[in-house]
Design a protein around this ligand. Structure first.
Ligand SMILES: Cc1ncc(COP(=O)(O)O)c(C=O)c1O
Length: 334
């Protein structure tokens, strides 16, 4: 048998199921089929006009060249201002890096920290990409089943028993894809008490759905609940979901300077800076009028309530109301 020319770390992973299914749906659409595509987590709204205009203005002004690797000063200032305004978190310029989507921030954070066999605790159900990203970086995903009876959330006891000397990261995604589960400040404090006993465990918090929640409350942040974790936490977020900007590919990470520097180094040797025009658009999104956010969340809530009523009317299916994100995680078991 001819040995594979593809490296083992890539043979270990599978293509993103959601991306593959979306590609197939798009292909069928191109062939003229009428497809309702419910595959990827993507707002169906257009990016708000003031953001599109900021991008057009950036092109006209000649912002079409390489930027600083970590992102333009304007974008990183907008990110710092957002983190302080919305999350009460203060980060300096050298603690923030813009990436080509949150996906790139997460993958590259694993790439710069995981030695072969290092473990990443992933509460399940989870976003389909997490385990494969860990595998691609030669780490070991440790998934912990979080049943509906616990609100699909990791308990302190589960965390304690999942931690080993090889644990590198605990991954938190709140509100979560696919359940919408959102941790409270008290739940974060209880998890933090466990983490206090295990200083070698870092925390990655994927906040991409923080604004999409249906109770009108602000999403609690683990670092607001447990500020002592700051030196071992990487905050990951982006503009894709909040501002209907999935195609612009802007995410970011904020965390300890050494970790951000390592991301900067690796990205400088791989993708380079993220798109200059998109960076201008993202800065406008973060600094500008925020009314789109509340308007779109109100529409998501109507849709959630309507689809929930329809799904729960189907014999054999059952779904509890997700408090956030834009998915229904439907129970179809016995
Ligand atoms: C939980 C979660 N994190 C990150 C991402 C990726 O976001 P981005 O478009 O910023 O790469 C997604 C996209 O579906 C997601 O569901």
């Amino acid at each position: 048998m001819t040995p594979s020319r593809i490296a083992a770390r890539v043979r270990r992973i599978k293509p993103s199921p959601s991306t593959s299914a979306a590609d197939r749906a798009n292909e069928l659409r191109r062939q003229g089929r009428s497809i309702v595509n419910l595959v990827v987590g993507e707002p169906d709204f257009d990016t708000p006009p003031h953001i599109r205009q900021a991008a057009a203005a950036a092109i006209e002004k000649g912002a079409t060249r390489y930027t600083l690797m970590a992102g333009t000063v304007e974008l990183r200032q907008a990110i710092a201002a957002k983190l302080e305004r919305e999350n009460g978190l203060r980060y300096a310029m050298n603690e923030i890096i813009a990436t080509s989507g949150a996906k790139s921030a997460i993958y590259n954070a694993f790439a710069v920290t995981l030695e072969p066999g290092d473990e990443v605790i992933i509460p399940a159900p989870y976003w389909v990409s997490y385990p494969d990203m860990v595998l691609a970086c030669e780490g070991t995903p440790v998934t912990v089943a979080c049943p509906e009876t616990d609100g699909f959330k990791l308990t302190p006891a589960q965390l304690e028993s999942a931690i080993t000397p090889r644990t590198r990261w605990l991954l938190i995604n709140s509100p979560s894809n696919p359940t919408g589960a959102s941790y409270t400040g008290a739940e974060y404090r209880a998890l933090a008490q466990v983490l206090e006993r295990h200083p070698h465990v870092m925390v990655m918090t994927d906040d991409i759905y923080e604004h999409i929640r249906f109770d009108g409350e602000a999403t609690p942040h683990i670092l607001a609940a447990a500020p002592a974790l700051r030196e071992r936490t990487l905050v990951v977020n982006g503009v894709s979901k909040t501002y209907a900007m999935t195609g612009w590919r802007i995410g970011y990470a904020a965390g300890p300077a050494d970790l951000v520097k390592a991301l900067d180094t690796l990205l400088s040797q791989s993708t380079g800076n993220c798109c200059s025009v998109s960076q201008a658009a993202a800065a406008a999104a973060l600094n500008g009028d925020q009314s789109f956010v509340a308007e779109s969340v109100a529409i998501y809530k109507q849709r959630r309530d309507r689809t929930l009523a329809l799904v729960n009317g189907i014999p054999g299916l059952h779904c509890t109301a997700p408090p956030g994100a834009f998915y229904l995680y439907i129970h179809c078991g016995a």
